[in-house]
Design a protein around this ligand. Structure first.
Ligand SMILES: [Zn+2]
Length: 102
């Protein structure tokens, strides 16, 4: 966790590679996070998904990204092909997910 806090959470470039199903974020410290759409869907932290996980249910099936909406300078609101659009992904969380899968 402390390593994540020390890492940059300022994105300089965001690319949605739809064909390979990857959201690629380049950070201002030069690191690059390649996040799979399906993983992002399953790691959604909105109230409904958090509730689901707390009650021991399996996460929703993976889904591709269909839209990316910036949330001020805080992060991204990701919209998925299954219609789920409530997930807010702060930059710190996206960086954490990227470092985890690196
Ligand atoms: Zn959700």
């Amino acid at each position: 966790m402390s390593a994540v806090l020390a890492a940059s959470c300022v994105p300089v470039h965001i690319t949605d590679r739809r064909v390979s199903g990857l959201l690629v974020i380049e950070w201002d410290d030069g690191a690059i996070s390649s996040l799979r759409h399906g993983d992002l869907r399953q790691r959604c932290r909105c109230a409904a998904c958090t509730q689901r996980q707390r009650s021991g249910q399996l996460p929703d099936p993976p889904a591709a990204l269909s839209a990316i909406r910036p949330v001020a300078d805080k992060g991204l609101n990701l919209v998925f092909a299954d219609g789920h659009e409530r997930g807010i992904y702060p930059w710190t969380y996206l960086r954490e997910l990227g470092d985890e899968s690196a």
